[in-house]
Design a protein around this ligand. Sequence first.
Ligand code: NAP
Length: 269
Amino acid sequence: MGQTVLITGASGGLGAEFAGIFAAEGFDLVLTARQTDKMEKLASRLHEKYPVKITVLFSDLSRPDGAKILYEEISERGILIDQLVNNAGAGKAGRTIDISPEILNDLINLNMVSVTMLCRLIGADMERQGYGKILNISSSAALFPDPWFNVYGPSKSFVLALTEAMRGELAGSGVTVTALCPGPIRTGWAENAGKAYPVIAADPRKIARIGYRAMQRGALKVLPTFSTKAGIFFLSLLPDPLKVAVGSCWQRAMIRKEKKNAPAQGNER
Ligand SMILES: NC(=O)c1ccc[n+]([C@@H]2O[C@H](COP(=O)([O-])OP(=O)(O)OC[C@H]3O[C@@H](n4cnc5c(N)ncnc54)[C@H](OP(=O)(O)O)[C@@H]3O)[C@@H](O)[C@H]2O)c1
């Protein structure tokens, strides 16, 4: 019997690319996000090319119980998950004290609580079946201070630390846990967060392929591109206060660029 992968945030961006890669490799797919119409369209495109089973499920992972509701729905349908891509995530540009508490709460639930709960619930099933692979999408933002884009950076540091700890706990169980830490990727993500992309933003298909391969070989942590590795290396050489200042300049420049690009749309979600 073929394997089944659950991909969160599969309605666009990196998640949709992961869906294409897993379908091409013969996996059955469980795709989840809020925009089910987009996932249905993706599912019919993939069905035309690949003879795999695709289940589309609504989830709102910014709800504190979003992951539990999703897990119960998967279990009720009798679907066993062999591989999990914890991909759904979002950020919000601006100073922490200027962002509404509701938005911050949603981001914390989406980027941390739901990722933890899906690792917990599906990881336990994987351990029982003696096999499983989990890929958690972190970010290069996990590795340096992120003023003007707070909560996002710390949430991705959390995802990285969660991955490393679970990796140790599940050693020898047949279950591997991998973190992917990309730099900027050209999806709709930055605009949704209220900032622009730098010129060097990567192709989402390329990043998804690197993530897929890292997951299949059971790598612990992957920084996917040379520019990300080089950037993190040079930042690591700076004294801490300078890291904060560089992070601040960078994020403010990206926010100003986005305001120039889309003055009519505004930047509030
Ligand atoms: N793009 C970058 O520059 C970049 C860099 C490093 C890391 N990352 C990380 O990579 C992952 C994928 O990002 P992306 O670039 O593909 O972004 P994206 O194009 O904005 O896609 C985000 C996905 O998350 C889903 N999502 C958002 N809020 C949700 C919610 N409340 N409940 C369920 N699903 C939700 C969205 O679907 P719905 O709106 O339909 O719910 C969408 O499918 C994220 O974790 C992001 O933080 C991105």
